[in-house]
Design a protein. Structure first.
Length: 134
């Protein structure tokens, strides 16, 4: 069973503020200038969140399966040969003890045609300058 402590849920609630909504997806911004990642857990099963950076630009979409992080699509930074502005995908998986979900930072890829078709409209609505290839 995943670790879903109420302390972790409370911390996520107080670290993020909803600053808008794009096509029904909440846009979250870290409160009090705290640098942070989107919450690992969502209180709304099967949701998605956009992350706004400190420059006011949206640079990530996190997709949840159930209440757990499943996929991150990032485009606000360069990453191992992928230039800034090109969307790439990270998945989440259980750690070796199957207690927590961890992002696979070293395992990333460009989006497939299927992923672009499914999520591209949301991403381009949030940031029309995102590219799908190098």
């Amino acid at each position: 069973k995943l670790s879903e402590s109420t302390d972790e849920q409370r911390e996520a609630k107080y670290r993020w503020a909803k600053v808008g909504e794009i096509m029904g997806i909440k846009v979250l911004f870290p409160k009090d200038g705290v640098k942070g990642k989107l919450p690992a857990f969502s209180n709304t099963p099967g949701t998605m969140y956009f992350k706004m950076n400190d420059k006011g630009k949206i640079d990530q979409l996190r997709i949840y399966i159930g209440r757990h992080s499943f996929i991150d699509i990032d485009w606000g930074h360069s990453h191992n040969g992928i230039p800034n502005g090109v969307a790439h995908l990270h998945t989440w998986k259980f750690d070796k003890n199957a207690q927590k979900m961890k992002r696979t930072n070293d395992e990333f890829r460009l989006l497939s045609k299927y992923m672009i078709k499914k999520y591209g409209k949301y991403i381009h609505e949030a940031n029309p300058n995102v590219r799908w290839s190098m």
